[in-house]
Write a protein that binds this ligand. Structure first.
Ligand code: LER
Ligand code: MN
Length: 311
């Protein structure tokens, strides 16, 4: 690991604050904005918009055209394909989107290997396949490519240390530069502890983005994972602020269509935060389905629109 100014700031920033502030003052340090700062951080600029997106399996239909007809009936304006084989699908997707009010939202993963492997060959596989997907994402004008630094089952993995975090920042800086050159971004996705202990909370992903300080590196929140890892949907989204590039949604008990878990499926507090941020990127369905798709999908869309209005 090379020692440079960026590493120094990453390593010492929080330590310096602790040293100067001491015990109980620390809690206050993170959130003492003036009203001018609040206005600056959360401008009520009317930009917030609920743009719904579906992953490929959500809408009924035998092919992209049938699915996109269904999107249009429901007013769904985003499509989130998987990243696997995306380079070979660019023309198919562009053709199916022609003349429609639907755009590619994010690209969901699909890379190989993982970036925190101790094995350089596996890390290279991750970097190379991510670059292939990011180039295709750029051609499709996608908001970004979603990546998880390490799923729990991916071993052998680097230890969860400061050195590893610094290494992660360097690797994502390289990905972010590539993404930017292609007009897209790379998006960190925190998952719940059962899937990826390494990165679980939106604020942690956002702090990594801040430290990397590269406009090509962003993060997201997935309401399903947030259900288990966050103490407050609003706190989580607000902490992401300008770094928030995408949102996934599912029902909150079984990861099914929003609404299929009844009263548990409340997104209003999170939506309030999205409104405060002026969020105008996508809220994308990533979920299973218990009931009749023709019934529960439109019901889920209606529920989210209702809760957005209420937020
Ligand atoms: C996995 O649970 C997940 O939420 C996906 O979006 C990961 O890319
Ligand atoms: Mn997700």
């Amino acid at each position: 690991m090379t020692f440079n100014r960026r590493n120094f700031i990453r390593t010492t920033l929080s330590g310096a604050a602790v040293a100067t502030m001491g015990g109980s003052a620390m809690a206050a340090r993170s959130f003492e904005p003036t009203s001018a700062e609040i206005t600056k951080a959360f401008p009520a600029n009317g930009k917030a918009e609920l743009k719904l997106s579906f992953q490929e399996g959500i809408a009924p239909g035998n092919n992209l055209n049938e699915k996109f007809d269904y999107f249009e009936k429901l007013g769904v304006v985003g499509f989130e394909p998987g990243g696997r084989g995306l380079a070979g699908r660019v023309n198919e997707i562009k053709d199916a989107l022609k003349g429609r009010n639907i755009k590619v939202s994010a690209i969901c993963a699909g890379f190989e290997g993982f970036i925190l492997s101790t094995d350089p060959t596996i890390r290279k596989k991750c970097m190379d396949t991510m670059k292939e997907i990011m180039a295709a994402a750029g051609e499709l004008e996608s908001v970004g490519v979603i990546i998880v630094p390490a799923f729990n089952q991916q071993v052998p993995v680097m230890p969860h240390t400061q050195e590893t975090r610094n290494f992660l920042c360097e690797q994502f800086n390289e990905m972010g530069n590539f993404a930017k050159e292609h007009g897209t971004t790379v998006i960190f996705e925190p998952l719940n502890r059962k899937e990826a202990f390494y990165l679980r909370q939106v604020a942690d992903a956002a702090s990594i983005c801040r430290d990397i300080n590269n406009p090509g590196v962003k993060c997201m929140g997935d309401f399903w994972h947030m259900t288990w890892e966050e103490t407050c949907d609003m706190g989580a989204f607000l902490s992401a602020g300008e770094y928030l590039q995408h949102v996934h949604v599912a029902s909150r008990k079984r990861r099914s269509m929003p609404g299929e878990d009844g009263n548990a499926d409340n997104y209003i507090v999170g939506f309030k935060a999205l409104k405060m941020l002026g969020y105008n990127k996508y809220v994308s369905f990533e979920c299973g389905c218990q009931g009749d798709r023709q019934v529960v999908v439109p019901a889920a869309v209606e529920l989210l629109r209702k809760q957005w209005r209420e937020a």
